[in-house]
Design a protein around this ligand. Sequence first.
Ligand code: CDV
Length: 304
Amino acid sequence: MSRSITLAAAQLGPISKSESRTSAVNRMIALMEEGAAKGAELMVFPELALTTFFPRWYMEDQSEVDGYFETEMPSVETVPLFDAAKRLGIGFYLGYAEKAQNSAGETQRFNTSILVGPDGETLSKYRKVHLPGHWENEPWRAFQHLEKRYFESGDLGFPVVEALGGRIGMCICNDRRWPETFRMLGLQKAELVLCGYNTPAHYPPAPEHDHLQDFHNHLVLQAGAYQNGTWVVGVAKAGCEEGCDLIGGTCIIAPTGEIVAQCATLGDELAIATCDLDRCREIQDNIFNFAAHRQPGKYGLLCQ
Ligand code: CDV
């Protein structure tokens, strides 16, 4: 018997600096209701889905930066999303900026995603490992990308959990460009990888690659899916946000690397597909059967 799950990749259009979390959550609930009406069992929202993409601005005042962070989840503003999930019996992936305290009582800030089940309980948490950008203000740029300043690299590894009938892993935006991300998830036999992103159409350090942004997005997501035999859902925050154009291209990818559903706009939109998790076997038991064909002992010390 096949193990199928209907996924909704829930792309968001731009979120302005002045837009409240409540407004963003209401937009996500509207998409969740549309998804539920179409049979979706899991909604995948973008990276940093509650606010505008704030690392594009240099801020010296930490209290201003902290205004974009969540100190608890669910928070007062996000409880309605969790309630909607319970009411509709649907799970979700949500990206947000997390301000936490470690066991030594130190404050830490992460670019985080959570997987929430249809009962509203958090099943898994991931903190972005590959932080792109820079630490200091670089006024020559059309906009900043200060993730390295505002976040620290994630400390939870790449967890894969048994949930919703399958093995689910998460990553966030820039992580998708790194084969290590997908391989860490693939080595744990992930069957579904969820990835939210905010990707500017313009890349200030190498503007000659601007025309390749959509291509590279699909290239890495499709390669990650195929080389690890897993379903992949990539979800954009898209459109012109505070003068910065973000690519769309939200899609659902089969373990063969083929895109099976894709958004057509740069606004709030769903791409939906029913995904048979047993199709991972087509790849994981054949061309990328790691136990049969992988050669970790032959890769040399640097690659193990
Ligand atoms: N939010 C991101 O991680 N964005 C990066 C950009 C800066 C290249 C990305 O990989 O899409």
